[in-house]
Design a protein around this ligand. Sequence first.
Ligand code: SF4
Length: 292
Amino acid sequence: MLSLSTIEAWLSVLISPKKNANVIFLGGEPTMHPNLPGAMRKARELGSTSITIDTNGYLFNDILFKVGPDDVDYFSFSLDGATPKINDAIRGKGSYEKCIQGIKETKAKGFNASLIYTVSGQNIHELGIMERLLEDLGIDRFFIQVIGIRGKAAAESAKGLQIPRSQWLDTIPEVAQKISRHGITVTYPKVFLGLNESFECAGVVADNYFIFPNGRVYRCPLCEDFPINSLAFMGTKLIDTDGINEKDLFGLTIPEGCVMNKLIQPGNINYKKDGTPEFKIACCLLKEEVRG
Ligand code: SF4
């Protein structure tokens, strides 16, 4: 577990009012860290544009009693089903009830709440009925994610979880539009790009830092399972790492779009008879936003 002084020092390297820094504390479960309130206050003091806490809803360490709505922009909850049956089959028994209870307590105390729904073959059929639930709970922002299925073995054991392109395109943009009509801003990844649509890698065109307690700092979340981080904290200094690393992948151009997707989760790409891909895979970090 990182000490508060280390967290503060690392935040000081990355946040300044000039940088338009959006800070997300995530895990694991960040509310398990007893010094989360101190870390949030430091992020605020340094001038971060927004602060979000990603939580499973258990809200450990009485976090709602230790910070106020001025300390945080969003508590962001994860729910992977509109009903206990579907959500708990994915996230564990009792997790639906705990998450809903956490959202209600959070909203009752005057905080903003967002919700993340990771779409797979197991729960896409319940996405349509999230609309009512989101409105009833007073959710301010809704994030649709796509399930990541990594490696051949994972793809084999997870058959049926991957969403085909046609189903994704037929379902997600329409659901996002519908939900946004309730004043809820909806964000979702494009995932599949037509061959004529332009592809961009966030490692080249954006500025994201994924920071781990062991000091590794990645620019791409798909690289996190491998020791190819392009940056690292040494003490309180952020340094560039030596040797081949994720940055060497960002500039490569392949017909499939995202290089890391092709390397670690190629099961979502289809090919024509001539061996060329039918479509490109978009960067998982660059999202569509439908304003509520
Ligand atoms: S997900 Fe793919 S496109 Fe996005 S930053 Fe990583 S390598 Fe680049």
